[in-house]
Design a protein around this ligand. Structure first.
Ligand code: PLP
Length: 366
């Protein structure tokens, strides 16, 4: 067994593969860029932490200027709170009494807002808050076109807001929406028009609630794939873009994000060479192709044939191809579907391991 701390100081060719690497200089520059963009447009940054699931990286995001973090799951929020993160949004629905009680009890350790999109959840939230002697802050999730979670904009949101405001144990903080359906649109004008149209549904819903005397101080939206559009949309108060700290091939090639650089790579070793192809020691259990395949870094001679569980099979397209034992590095296809496969990130600077960050949130799905 290797103790991850033993890896500190090692050069890249002394790292056991496969390994998940973070180029620290690029990572820090992405972090600064995202924080600075939000700051320049006077919008708070509440990065989604599902791409890294690491309390340590969450802390770095807060130090860079984030107002808090976003989680997808209650157990992730519990982990983050245990590690001292004090301001969390669970951008997801929680509807079962046992989990709602955990959510209510978590309020003792951190401010934890949760999304709600159904009036039937209101008495359940209320019961949990009463049992824990806590108050639960909420954002109403509005479906702004993605057709995933969310009440319909307008009257349905108003009805839910009224019901929340009748419960003294619940605090209505505002609205959230996720414009995930616009991310792949091209050309840029079509994407920005669709994004504005989606976000306007949040703004008009906000106006309706305000006109009925209901409180809406927060309007939370946005991911890496649209963060510049969302951060500059009037009325949006916070941005959930998270995975951009790593960047990946999907953000670049499918979502057309060009101002952030690749920080997250997978280091592999060639373990087999055949006449037409090579095999590396990383299959889909190491570098998922879900949503987008990983990209070979810094060489043009290999093309992905397929990933099986523990084998990555690559066609040799030109020249002799890599030799047995040679290192081949890949840019993550989609950071979210890659990082949770690993125990830790190795933070690299000038070719050496400078940091080991455990991915403590892996498996925190409940
Ligand atoms: C609710 C929510 N917010 C934000 C995001 C964007 O996250 P990221 O910036 O890591 O792509 C997502 C992505 O799926 C999401 O579901």
């Amino acid at each position: 067994m290797i103790d991850s701390a033993e890896l500190l100081g090692r050069s890249i060719d002394q790292i056991p593969t496969p390994a998940l690497l973070v180029d620290l200089e690029v990572f820090e520059s992405n972090l600064r860029r995202l924080a600075a963009f939000c700051q320049a447009h006077q919008v708070a940054w509440r990065p989604h932490t599902k791409a890294h699931k690491s309390p340590h990286i969450a802390r770095l995001q807060l130090e860079a200027g984030a107002c808090g973090i976003t989680c997808a799951k209650l157990s992730e929020a519990e982990l983050m709170a245990e590690h001292g993160i004090g301001d969390i949004l669970i951008a997801n629905q929680i509807v079962t009494p046992a989990k709602l009680l955990r959510l209510a009890q978590l309020q003792r350790r951190a401010k934890v807002m949760v999304a709600v999109d159904n009036i039937q959840a209101v008495p359940l939230l209320r019961d949990a808050a009463q049992r824990a002697h806590a108050r639960i802050p909420l954002l109403i999730e509005v479906d702004i076109g993605m057709k995933r979670c969310g009440v319909q904009p307008g009257l349905e949101a108003l009805e839910l807001a009224r019901s929340i405001c009748q419960a003294p144990e619940l605090i209505l903080r505002g609205l959230m929406g996720y414009e995930g359906h616009v991310l792949t649109l091209r050309p840029p004008e079509a994407k920005s028009a669709a994004c504005a149209q989606a976000l306007n549904l949040l703004i008009t819903t906000r106006d309706l609630l305000l006109s009925h005397g209901l409180p809406v101080e927060t309007i939370s939206a946005g991911g890496t794939g649209s963060y510049q559009l969302t951060a500059t949309h009037p009325g949006i108060t916070e941005i959930q873009a998270g995975g951009g700290i790593f960047m990946d091939a999907m953000y670049r090639q499918v979502f057309s994000v060009t101002d952030l650089d690749y920080a997250l790579t997978i280091l592999t070793t060639v373990t087999s060479r055949q006449s037409t192809h090579v095999v590396v020691d990383a299959g889909f259990k190491t570098m998922s192709a879900f949503h987008h395949p990983p990209q070979v870094l810094g060489r043009e001679d290999l093309k992905l044939r397929y990933l099986s569980a523990e084998h990555g099979v690559f066609e040799i397209e030109a020249g002799p191809g890599p030799q047995i034992g040679e290192l081949v590095q890949f840019v993550a296809g989609y950071s979210d579907s890659t990082t949770f496969l690993h125990d830790f990130f190795l933070g690299m600077r000038q070719g050496k391991v400078e940091q080991v960050w455990e991915i403590l949130g892996r498996g925190k799905l409940y």
